[in-house]
Structure formats: C-alpha cells, structure tokens
Design a protein around this ligand. Structure first.
Ligand SMILES: NC(=O)c1ccc[n+]([C@@H]2O[C@H](COP(=O)([O-])OP(=O)(O)OC[C@H]3O[C@@H](n4cnc5c(N)ncnc54)[C@H](O)[C@@H]3O)[C@@H](O)[C@H]2O)c1
Ligand SMILES: Cc1cc2c(cc1C)N(C[C@H](O)[C@H](O)[C@H](O)COP(=O)(O)O)c1[nH]c(=O)[nH]c(=O)c1N2
Length: 173
C-alpha cells in the first residue's frame, strides 16, 4: 500500500494507536522527585530531547497517575535512563507498588535539585520543570537540565514491542 492509499483519520482508535506506538522503540527511564510534596518515582518511555539551548528534555506524565501531584508541586525531577539489567526495577516503578518499596529496590544519590539519582543509570539528568503543557490525558513536562551524571560502562535498555531489549555499546560488540 502506498502512503497515498492509507486511510485518513478519524479511523485511528486508542487501541490501534497503542498497537502502532508499540513499534517505536524507546529508552526506559525512571523519573524521580523529592521535595516539600514528598518523594515519588515512575517509569516513563515518553521522554525525548527538545532543545540543547537551554538543555531541555520532555517527559509525558499521565495526570491520573498517583505520582502526578508530587511532581507538579515539587517542580524538580531527575530523568534516570535505565541500563541493561534494570528490567525488574522498571516494572516496579511502572506498577502500583507503594513508593517506599519502589525506592528500597535500588541505591540512590542526591544532586542539586534534591531528586533521587539512580546508581548505575546509563545517564541521569537533574532537572527543573520549566513549563507544563496539558495534551489529552497527559501533562508534557519541559525539563531544563541543571546537572548530568554519565555512566560509560553500562549497556542500554529499550522498550520495544511491549518487552525489554538490551542495547550493546559499540565497543562491546
Ligand atoms: N506514554 C505513556 O503514558 C505510556 C508509555 C508506555 C507504557 N505505558 C503504560 O505501560 C503499560 C504497558 O504498556 P505497553 O507498551 O506494554 O502496552 P500498551 O499497549 O499499553 O502501549 C503500547 C504503546 O502505546 C503507547 N501508550 C501506552 N499507553 C499510553 C497512554 N496512556 N498515552 C499515550 N501513549 C500510550 C506507548 O508508546 C506504549 O509503548 C500500560 O499500562 C501503558 O499505559 C504508558
Ligand atoms: C515501560 C513503561 C513505560 C511507561 C510506563 C510504564 C511502563 C512499564 N508508564 C506507566 C507509569 O510508569 C505508571 O503509571 C506509574 O507507575 C505511575 O503509576 P502510579 O499511579 O503512580 O502507581 C508511563 N506513564 C506515563 O505517564 N508516561 C510514560 O511515558 C510511561 N511509560
């Protein structure tokens, strides 16, 4: 089928959209925050680079998530990009597990914003939320990076076709 023969919207329902989106491989991240509103963390694949000036990422957060008010009120967060081997941690932060149990499963450090930084993440972006745009069910959080921590030894982790996949670094092949 050529692109010109594709059916036009509104033929795309929610399930068809999700099924299609499952084909877009993405990094898996644990987004954390700590501050006056408390400590919270959740798994997110809807994360990407927006601009390098000022250095900004976006994170999409469902407003129905239990963690949403905590992120909104703290105003700071850390994007911890997961490494190969973090599958169980990702599942823990993606479920309905109590917050203390989620954090008890890993080691954390704290940078300038106060947000928990995951030991062993491939990279962590310590951020301030600079703008929030509501689209449908989600808030798109624009996050300016204040500090970075890179781990140059770990392999990557991707979420693709509803499963985890390891991404080997070039020099490890
Ligand atoms: N952006 C998101 O909010 C998002 C992304 C990935 C997974 N999830 C959640 O994780 C669970 C497992 O996901 P899955 O990938 O195994 O299967 P799925 O069929 O629920 O999702 C397939 C893909 O659709 C997209 N998606 C899923 N839920 C979405 C939502 N509420 N809003 C926008 N996009 C969404 C994501 O790209 C996801 O990888 C589900 O409960 C899902 O809601 C949410
Ligand atoms: C691989 C993967 C990827 C994502 C998620 C899950 C999983 C397993 N979830 C869902 C999110 O992690 C879940 O709803 C949180 O645990 C918040 O739930 P609570 O309501 O706080 O328990 C999720 N939610 C969200 O708002 N934005 C996202 O990008 C993602 N991505």
């Amino acid at each position: 089928m050529s692109v010109h023969e594709l059916p036009l919207p509104p033929n795309v329902d929610r399930d068809a959209f999700r099924h299609a989106m499952a084909r877009l491989g993405a990094a898996v991240n644990i987004i954390t925050t700590d501050g006056p509103a408390g400590r919270a963390g959740f798994t997110a694949s809807a994360v990407c680079s927006v601009t390098d000036t000022p250095p900004t990422l976006l994170v999409c957060l469902n407003r129905s998530a239990s963690v949403w008010p905590t992120f909104r009120d703290n105003g700071y967060l850390c994007v911890n990009t997961l490494a190969a081997g973090h599958e169980d941690l990702s599942t823990l932060f993606g479920g309905k597990t109590p917050m203390d149990q989620r954090f008890a499963a890993a080691n954390w450090h704290t940078l300038a914003s106060g947000s928990p930084l995951l030991e062993g993440a491939t990279v962590s972006f310590d951020c301030k939320i600079t703008q929030v745009v509501s689209v449908g069910t989600h808030d798109v959080l624009m996050c300016e990076a204040l500090a970075l921590v890179r781990n140059d030894d770990s392999h990557g982790l991707a979420w693709f076709d509803r499963g985890y996949h390891h991404l080997l670094r070039q020099d490890a092949r």
